[in-house]
Design a protein around this ligand. Structure first.
Ligand SMILES: Nc1ncnc2c1ncn2[C@@H]1O[C@H](COP(=O)(O)OP(=O)(O)O)[C@@H](O)[C@H]1O
Ligand SMILES: [Mg+2]
Length: 336
């Protein structure tokens, strides 16, 4: 059993102008102590996936189907009590902009100590001691002084470190990080990622890292899922995705890494406009932008095709290649 098992998760925004299927039937596992990356362009459903896992969707967002099991326990439609228990102590989350989650009117110490007392059985003195340890753990000097400061007195990188400390206060099994370094400059980004990796290894927790940056994936992850228009295009180990991509969208993403960039490559956008979530095409959502699109791509969404035991892709090109090589004759071939 995996630590987290997500099956056919569907999250929609039921807006006045119609249903936006932001997450449309995605499945993945997170293993204990491993790092999973969720990558895709802006608007592909990465944050909505993260928020769905935490069940902190704001109106009119709603999980309309599927299952999220943590350690075997179902979280979709679970009791508020169960959710509070898991959210507080098993799964925690850090966001892109720490200012939105830090309270400007309380000191860092106040917020960190409160988080520790809320999630672990420590009294004020013990929690203060722990807060000092945690500030050191996330690589901030002069912890006693920092605890007395307010969020605005710290730099962006320092605030993100504080957010990591708060998220780790409950000693979570899974840390979800939604674009945790996007708002920071490149040097600080690398430092924060390094810190997260170090903590992950020391504490043995799993991380789900949401990013549009393939450099972050390479630096951080064991496994990766590639999202497009709320669906999983491809998933597998980082090596398989980078060296043997099997979805045309993934190939496009990889081509979009600036040539010669060693790390933290920003994506050059793939040609064609991103998907209009209100008017989804009938077939593969990427087909209108895909240079290899076939007739069937415009008509039907491809099911996940297993490439190897830990690598799958939902792209008709695999079926065509397999047919051409006479490896398999898919059922679909009879229908088209
Ligand atoms: N509050 C909302 N109301 C309606 N649609 C939303 C809302 N939030 C997100 N969406 C839709 O969900 C899609 C996925 O959003 P999101 O998960 O935030 O993308 P990203 O991959 O950039 O994190 C967006 O393209 C948007 O259409
Ligand atoms: Mg996002």
């Amino acid at each position: 059993m995996s630590l987290l098992e997500v099956r056919d998760l569907k999250t929609s925004f039921l807006t006045e102008s119609g249903e936006v299927k932001a997450v449309d039937g995605i499945s993945f596992n997170v293993e204990k102590g491993k790092v999973l990356g969720i990558v895709g362009e802006s608007g592909s459903g990465k944050s909505v996936t993260a928020y769905s896992l935490m069940q902190i969707l704001s109106n009119p967002g709603k999980i309309i189907g599927g299952s999220i099991k943590f350690d075997g326990e179902e979280l979709v439609n679970a009791d508020k009590k169960v959710l509070r228990k898991i959210r507080g102590s098993k799964i925690s989350m850090i966001f892109q902009d720490p200012m939105t989650s830090l309270n400007p009117v309380f000191t860092i110490g106040n917020q960190l100590i409160e988080a520790i007392m809320l999630h672990t059985p420590r009294n004020k003195a013990q929690a203060t001691e722990r807060a000092i340890e945690m500030i050191k753990l996330v690589g901030i000097n002069d912890p006693e002084k920092r605890l007395r400061q307010y969020p605005h007195e710290l730099s962006g990188g320092m605030r993100q470190r504080v957010m990591i400390a708060i998220a780790l206060a409950c000693e979570p099994d899974i840390l979800i990080a939604d674009e945790p370094t996007t708002a920071l400059d490149v040097t600080i980004q690398a430092q924060i990622l390094e810190l997260m990796k170090k903590l992950q290894q020391e504490l043995g927790m799993a991380i789900i890292i949401v990013t549009h940056d393939l450099g972050v994936i390479v630096t951080m992850c064991d496994e990766v899922i590639v999202l497009y228009a709320g669906k999983v295009c491809e998933k597998g180990s980082v090596d398989e995705i980078f060296y043997n991509p099997k979805h045309e969208y993934t190939k496009g993403l990889l081509r979009s890494i600036p040539y010669g960039s060693k790390s933290l490559g920003r994506l050059i956008p793939i040609e064609g406009s991103p998907i209009d979530m209100m008017n989804m095409p009938k077939g593969c959502a990427f087909a209108p932008r895909c240079s290899k699109a076939m007739k069937i791509c415009l008509e039907r969404q491809c099911e996940e095709v297993q490439i190897t035991a830990h690598h799958s892709a939902a792209c008709w090109i695999n079926i065509k290649e397999a047919i051409d090589k006479e490896e398999i004759v898919p059922v679909q071939a009879n229908e088209t």
